[in-house]
Write a protein that binds this ligand. Structure first.
Ligand SMILES: Cc1cc2nc3c(=O)[nH]c(=O)nc-3n(C[C@H](O)[C@H](O)[C@H](O)COP(=O)(O)OP(=O)(O)OC[C@H]3O[C@@H](n4cnc5c(N)ncnc54)[C@H](O)[C@@H]3O)c2cc1C
Length: 390
């Protein structure tokens, strides 16, 4: 029996075995052997997810051995990368090839396959999440196949693989749609919430990236705008809120305080109203909470299970210390998010059942059909994912 825990330590598991993937052929052999032996398999990237996507009593498979950029196509602005590559390890090789990710999240510690598995996103109303940047994938399935998919080859598998929840098989490679390499300039500042609120819409539309953290105790925000620049990088790269550099140098922040998190995506048209309702909730019922609330925007996409599917989106995240019981705060926030027709982040705490999720995703059943075809033995489903089947 082995022991596993996620980043926050809130999720643990005692799987039969932990396995480190060494190669693509290893992935195929492992998937087939596990199916034959009736063992569940769940891959793990950087273990940053707060939902029980990984715990199971079979195998937990570390994909970090599959790492690096395989090839780049500058004309098409794409790159094929090994699935376990940490996002931070993509930055420099892509930049040197004249390419970059169009957007990134708050941190760059995740494996690229883990990030796209759950719809990881940054901020920017014209910029999609990472799942929508997937242009192709290679998946080792429990039937012993190495399935390659993109918009033209196995298009339905491709649409399911863009946001795969680790449930289709072991993803070994991803082809990413990129943009020409670019530099960014970041500016951050503090301001009372009531002062920034009337300017929010303009900040969102006038800047490539805008976001803020609202601090409930002071009712102030730390806001950040980030825009493309021709200015040369300033080294060493400055603190959050004062950086100029290549995109992969500017995007990542440090998040060292262990926490749990709930995040919902609501329609951009109700984002501000939802934020105001959350603020009122904190002020009236949770005056003791110090952890900030994050507010970001994400462009609509057509990824089957993307929280931004067919809807310009505002993502609002609430946080809780790992030493505390998050249920009362998160439960109250979730009621507000759901009242605003919110969709949960796949990797962050939520209490939704499959039937609730199905309502949000017109292609929910198709996703499950594709999944079942690739993995008829259910090798890649743990108890949590099984509970979501409608
Ligand atoms: C400090 C912190 C900051 C964060 N910031 C953001 C943010 O800014 N924006 C945002 O949207 N989210 C954010 N998240 C959430 C995070 O991006 C997601 O949890 C993401 O899925 C984590 O990537 P990972 O590599 O740790 O994946 P894991 O948590 O290890 O795995 C996630 C899923 O991917 C599957 N998986 C991983 N690799 C493979 C593979 N090769 N084949 C098959 N399945 C695979 C796993 O089975 C699991 O289902 C943050 C989380 C933390 C803890």
């Amino acid at each position: 029996m082995a022991h596993w825990r996620n980043w926050s330590g809130k999720l643990t598991a005692e799987p039969w075995r932990l396995h480190s993937l060494r190669s693509e052929s290893d992935a195929v052999a492992l998937a087939v052997a596990s199916a034959a032996g009736g063992r569940t398999v769940r891959a793990v990237g950087a273990a940053h997810s707060h939902m029980p996507l990984i715990p199971n009593d079979g195998l937990i498979v570390d994909v970090s051995g599959l790492t690096g950029v395989i090839e780049t196509d500058v004309e098409a602005a794409t790159a094929e990368v090994w699935a376990g590559t940490p996002i931070y390890a993509l930055g420099l090789p892509l930049q040197e090839a004249g390419l970059g990710l169009a957007n990134q999240g708050d941190i760059d510690r995740q494996a690229i396959s883990g990030a796209v598995a759950t719809g990881t996103h940054g901020t920017g109303e014209t910029l999609t999440n990472l799942s929508a940047m997937v242009a192709g994938a290679t998946i080792a399935t429990s039937t012993g196949d190495l399935v390659k998919c993109d918009a033209l080859t196995e298009p339905e598998v491709f649409r399911a693989a863009q946001l795969h929840l680790g449930a289709l098989g072991l993803v070994t490679r991803l082809r990413l749609q990129l943009v020409p390499a670019y530099r960014l300039s970041e500016h951050g500042w503090y301001e009372p919430f009531v002062d920034i609120q009337p300017k929010m819409a303009a900040y969102i539309s006038d800047n490539r990236h805008f976001e803020f953290f609202w601090f409930p105790k002071t009712d102030r925000v730390h806001a950040k705008i980030v825009n493309q620049t021709d200015a040369p990088p300033e080294y060493p790269v400055g603190k959050e809120g004062a950086k100029v550099g290549w995109s992969h140098e500017v995007f990542p922040s440090r998040r060292e305080w262990l926490h749990t998190e709930m995040e919902y995506s609501v329609g951009a048209d109700v984002g501000e109203a939802c934020m105001l309702a959350i603020r009122e909730l904190y002020q009236t019922h949770f005056p003791e909470v110090e952890w900030a609330v994050e507010y970001r925007t994400v462009a609509a996409d057509d990824v089957w299970l993307s929280p931004a599917n067919n809807r310009p989106t505002v993502a609002i995240s609430v946080h809780c210390d790992i030493a505390e019981d998050d249920r009362r705060l998160f439960g109250a926030c979730e009621e507000i998010f759901l009242a605003h027709d919110g969709r949960p982040h796949w990797a962050k705490v939520n209490s939704l059942a499959g039937s609730d999720l199905a309502r949000h995703y017109p292609d929910w059943e198709k996703w499950w059909e594709v999944r079942d075809q690739l993995d008829p033995t259910g090798t890649f489903l743990n108890d949590y994912l099984k509970s979501l089947r409608t």
